[in-house]
Design a protein around this ligand. Structure first.
Ligand code: G4P
Length: 528
């Protein structure tokens, strides 16, 4: 019996690929996601990705935000099957939805697809998201999009990956022309050309060739483009990094694919290569050592909690990443922090617009648990045992505000709300040092402030006022001989909830100067 279950879990784990697409707004994430869903046969869902995005750009009044949140709950994870694989795409919201949740979601992914606009190269939001993935050491695959437009030279883009992100790259395919001249791509791994045909670039033809010197390419693409291709690939063969599977797996080397999502060009080959190279769910660190996904005991952890913005429905959804075992609806599990057993009776799986009740799920899958207020971010659930997964990191806030309560009589409710919402991870909280205790809130994205303000009013009946501050960066300071006066020159020193020192800086320059002036101090991006 036990062997049967073990084999079943193993089989399901082998099939699974759970990843997030990281990109800067407008690089084409929605478009690429849609195309991937289409390949998975989830045609019905594809349009909804776009619809959802459109609604995001609507006004920011509360009804609207509520609608947006409602929609984004249901499409936070998209699942489809392709070629024997079960694919889970985790949504990482950009635009005004960007928040600490976005970072936390990356902890639930086993790999990432970094989407880059060929004309814009590596952009700000991509850098931030990349760094989070890098720290986790997960494999990162790069898709360079919008090849049908004039863009940067591919070598320049590779250089940028190395200079800006510090990652070496290995092109899996190479463009033949670009923009208006785009003919197709040469697949370096399979020795074949994929060609666009027709003015609208719609038909795709795949032709095996001997190598990139094959005259077939010349016949199809013309002499000029073929010469260029040969020249580029000769250079790559000599000076480029060879494909190294181990380096890809450890996140040191990123395989690069060129394509055009909107034309569906290069997407399918990307998907197929990605599914082959990307890792299946692996072991997760816990207090009891690494937990293997094939461990028969079900375990998982909560990486995100989505509150319903409608005060009439206070239910929340806790997003759980399954780490081991088999999940079954109605099963009883240990809520380790709370020290009690709970029944998981209304689990949901997210498929774009529809919330489906899930009967069984396996490691790598994400399920949504109805949360009457019992979960916190980072909570571990386990079947028989007290397994606690490594704490989720906190990320340094970049936007800060002082908070005041409009009605002083509401101070008690205010304190309660503040405590609960910080515990949930809605915002981070700091306190000034000295006689006059000021509360400073820190967030990664503006939406977190909006949600905080709204929930304080709707759930705790407290009107607050936020006063934006000019700080742009925070670092936790560890220094045995900390002399607060030395920090005052370039920063404001505050304390977090646990009493750790945190320095707030107005800009990068101030931070660098503080680092130089305090050589014995450690400046940490996450809570020590
Ligand atoms: P995002 O989710 O990353 O923010 O980007 P999204 O997919 O919405 O794409 C942003 C814009 O880029 C869209 O144009 C989309 O059509 C376009 N786009 C995506 N992939 C490609 C591509 O391969 N080539 C070209 N040329 N454009 C691409 P839009 O004008 O903002 O919207 P729409 O009116 O086209 O829907």
């Amino acid at each position: 019996m036990s062997q049967t279950l073990h084999n079943e879990i193993q089989k399901e784990v082998d099939k699974r690929r759970t990843f997030a697409i990281i990109s800067h707004p407008d690089a084409g994430k929605t478009t690429l996601t849609e195309k991937l869903l289409l390949f998975g046969g989830a045609i019905r869902l594809a349009g909804s990705v776009k619809a959802r995005k459109a609604s995001r750009h609507a006004t920011s009044d509360w009804m609207e935000i509520e609608k947006q949140r409602g929609i984004s709950v249901t499409s936070s994870v998209m699942q489809f099957d392709y070629n024997g694989h079960r694919v889970n795409i985790l949504d990482t919201p950009g635009h005004q939805d960007f928040s600490e949740d976005t970072y936390r979601t990356l902890t639930a992914a086993d790999s990432a697809v970094m989407l880059i606009d060929v004309a814009k190269g590596v952009e700000a939001q991509t850098i931030k998201l990349f760094q989070v993935c890098r720290k986790r050491g997960i494999p990162i695959f790069t898709f360079i999009n919008k090849l049908d437009r004039e863009g940067k030279n591919p070598f320049e883009l590779m250089e940028e990956l190395e200079q800006v992100l510090g990652i070496r790259s290995v092109p899996m395919n190479w463009p033949i022309g670009m923009g208006r001249d785009l003919c197709g791509v040469y697949d370096r791994m399979k020795n074949q050309v994929e060609l666009f045909q027709g003015d609208d670039h719609s038909t795709i033809q795949v032709r095996p060739v001997d190598d990139y010197n094959d005259t077939v390419i010349r016949d199809m693409a013309g002499e000029y483009l073929h010469d260029q291709l040969v020249q580029d690939l000769e250079l790559l063969d000599v000076a480029g990094d060879p494909f190294d599977f181990d380096k890809v797996r450890s996140g040191e080397l990123t395989p690069v694919f060129f394509g055009s999502a909107v034309n569906n060009f290069g997407v399918q080959t990307f998907l197929e290569n990605f599914l082959q190279l990307a890792p299946k769910p692996g072991p997760r660190n816990s207090t009891e050592g690494p937990v293997e996904p094939t461990n028969e005991k079900f375990t998982g952890y909560v990486f995100k909690i989505q509150a319903n913005m409608n005060p009439a429905h206070r239910d929340r959804i806790a997003f759980l990443r399954i780490c081991s075992g088999r999940f079954e609806r109605g099963m009883s599990v240990r809520h380790v922090r709370a020290g009690k057993d709970i029944k998981l009776s209304q689990p949901q799986q997210f498929l774009a617009q529809d919330r489906d009740i899930v009967e069984t799920a396996y490691p790598g899958d994400i399920i949504g648990l109805f949360d009457p207020g019992i979960f916190r971010i980072g909570d571990s659930l386990s079947q028989g045992g007290e397994v606690v997964f490594d704490e989720l990191p906190t990320f340094p806030p970049e936007i800060f505000a002082k908070v005041t309560v409009k009605n002083a009589l509401k101070h008690k409710q205010y304190q309660k709300g503040l405590d609960q919402l910080t515990e949930e991870g809605t915002i981070q909280i700091f306190h000034s040092i000295g006689n006059f205790d000021e509360t400073i809130l820190g967030v990664v994205g503006h939406l977190q402030f909006e949600v905080f303000e709204h929930r304080m009013r709707a759930e705790y009946g407290v009107e607050i006022q936020l006063h934006r501050m000019t700080f742009q960066a925070a670092r936790w300071i560890v220094d045995e001989n900390l002399d607060p006066t030395k920090f005052r020159i370039n920063s404001t020193l505050v304390k977090d909830k646990k009493g750790n020192y945190v320095a707030l800086f107005e800009n990068e320059y101030a931070m660098r100067t503080a680092m130089e002036k305090n050589p014995t101090a450690k400046f940490l991006e996450t809570q020590p």
